[in-house]
Ligand binder design. Structure first.
Ligand code: SAM
Length: 450
């Protein structure tokens, strides 16, 4: 094992160097989180991650690429410690009204898919990622997860200053020096430096200062890193208390979980550390804080009369598209693409459009030519109506479908159908006599040999 930079741990609360070295000689645990809205046969009777209702430890790492259920969004492969976000959210985000939640640093989407599973249909999750290429991966993962109430934006944190007082809860899973992930990536040990910790700490403050105006008064911030450095964890919590007028909240933990509760140096504010020798997962830090001042607003801007008139004119299309869903929708169009959103969220489309770069709002349904040419997003939707035709594939057929090959030709199928595996949608196909066009988007396909 590469020797560890000692000064990382000098001030880390309850640090145990021998235990750390031993833990780092063992392989990291493999864990997944099931999608409760896509029930499947994936991983029955596995050991549970105790702090997450749908988290499971696997005894070994299977080939996820060769599992059609992975591609269909029946589960997400996620490091176990970070599922602790669930406890923070469930214990401290009040549910008296539909929630608006922002995940500010969301790619590739582990914590966004977790938050999505904690929300109700009329809650809204905005998953944001500043880096464009990573935002595209976030779109893919949120598409697989299949919920209409999760949107993806590609904005800088400071852009959220335009949404003053809008969000009830905000997750900032900040870019950090990453020492908590050394067991998974030993090379990163050599890249670590004290000066980088300092840079990360300053960037974390900048990100938080830029985005916090978007959190309403009494709103809840969940701040997380995968670093062991106090400068990126407890000191940031102190800064939030002093400079941002926030109060840290305590999270109840079962002693058996092995979570280390910490208090910040200045304000004795609560924080939660995951050490790999105590809790079954990688290094992780989380703190929950309530914002004591600020504004409260429910809409970003009023929608214009022109937008309202346009909505009326689309009523016929609305009726036609409703048939694809088992829940009420409202439509909007961007260029040629038709999107379905939860009716309560339509007003947010109108108001966010001008101010944010929205990569995905609701469910992309498709484009209207002579008929609807359906979009991948729709095939993977958890709200797809029973009346939409599906073709159930075997595992072998599903893998060939996912390689973007033709399947089930010559069986007399005609027209558009959703290819499914164990009831989970994988994508669209259009069947013609003796031929099938596979509509799986290229970037979703399996590249490895079967
Ligand atoms: N929350 C994600 C998950 O659970 O899958 C992981 C997020 S990762 C720890 C931090 C993210 O912050 C990265 O996706 C990174 O691209 C993004 N990021 C990097 N610099 C940033 C900045 N200046 N402002 C906001 N986000 C930034």
């Amino acid at each position: 094992m590469t020797s560890l930079p000692q000064h990382v741990f000098d001030t880390a609360p309850d640090w145990n160097e021998d235990a750390y070295v031993m833990a780092h000689q063992q392989a990291p645990p493999v864990s997944v989180r099931l999608n409760p809205l896509k029930p499947s046969t994936a991983f029955p009777e596995m050991q549970r991650v105790p702090w997450s209702a749908n988290g499971l430890y696997l005894p070994e790492r299977p080939s996820f690429t060769l599992d059609p259920l992975f591609h269909g969004g029946a589960y997400y492969v996620q490091e176990a410690s970070s599922m602790f976000v669930e406890q923070a959210f469930q214990q401290h985000v009040s549910r008296s009204q539909p929630l608006k939640v922002l995940d500010l640093c969301a790619a590739p989407g582990g914590k966004s898919t977790l938050l999505a599973s904690l929300l109700r249909a009329d809650d809204l999750l905005v998953s944001n990622e500043v880096i464009q290429t990573r935002a595209s991966i976030l779109v893919e993962n949120m598409t697989r997860w299949g919920q209409m109430n999760t949107w993806v934006t590609n904005n800088d944190p400071k852009d959220f200053g335009r949404a003053t007082g809008f969000f009830d809860a905000m997750l900032v899973d900040a870019p950090c020096s990453g020492s908590g992930l050394w067991r998974k990536d030993e090379q990163a040990i050599d890249e670590w430096s004290e000066s980088n910790v300092q840079l990360c700490s300053e960037r974390q403050q900048r990100i938080l200062a830029d985005a916090l105006p978007a959190l309403k008064k009494d709103g809840v911030l969940i701040y997380a890193t995968c670093s062991y450095s106090v400068a990126e964890n407890e000191r940031i919590v102190d800064w939030l208390v002093t400079e941002m007028n926030m109060t840290a909240l305590r999270v109840d933990c079962d002693a058996a979980w092995g979570v280390t509760e910490t208090q910040s140096p200045q304000h004795k504010a609560w924080g939660y550390r995951f050490y790999p020798w105590k809790a079954k997962g990688e290094g992780f830090f989380l703190a929950v804080l309530r914002k004591n001042d600020g504004l409260v607003t429910d809409s970003l801007y009023q929608s214009s009369t022109k937008q309202k008139a346009k909505a009326k004119q689309d009523a016929a299309l609305q009726q036609q598209m409703q048939a694809y869903f088992n829940t009420d929708i409202e439509l909007f169009q961007h260029q040629d693409m038709i999107y379905a959103v939860h009716p309560e969220h339509k007003a947010y489309v109108d108001s966010m459009r001008g101010a944010f770069y929205i990569k995905k709002a609701g469910t992309a349904m498709g484009t209207m030519l002579k008929e609807l040419v359906p979009e991948h997003d729709l095939a993977l939707s958890v709200h797809l109506a029973e009346g939409v035709s599906r073709i159930a594939l075997s595992r072998d057929e599903a893998l060939h479908y996912l390689k973007k090959e033709s399947v089930r030709t010559g069986d007399g199928y005609k027209g558009w159908h959703v290819a499914t595996y164990e009831g989970v949608g994988l994508g669209w196909g259009k069947w013609m006599p003796n031929r099938m066009n596979n509509y799986l988007p290229k970037h979703y396909r399996i590249r490895m040999d079967l």
